[in-house]
Design a protein around this ligand. Sequence first.
Ligand SMILES: [Zn+2]
Length: 124
Amino acid sequence: MAKYILEEVIKMNKTLTCEKCGQVEFGLVDGYCFGDRLLEDVMFEVRLDLKGKFKVKISPDSKDYFEELNTKKWLKTALDYVKEDDLLICPKCQDHRIPINQPKGFKPLPIKTIRFDDLMRELK
Ligand SMILES: [Zn+2]
């Protein structure tokens, strides 16, 4: 039981959550933030891998545009930017509402586990 709860907490901390829409598959970063006009309106998708590390990829809509650019270089620049960023754009509501890089990082929150009979005693 307790193990199950802990696993859930870890899992939750590795997903991205919009303050308005709830859990989202990925967050977005506008290339303009680090590439200026060259990357204006180019969106990068940001995901978390199983270890809680950021993964950045170019949004499918912008792939054609990127054929002429140094994709590898810009993906690295995007990743460096994301590591310092605090809010990603939500793909659903298009608002900056996905908090990342909180001071505590993505470590699981300490949660108090309690035995069922202790809980019943406390409720009495
Ligand atoms: Zn949203």
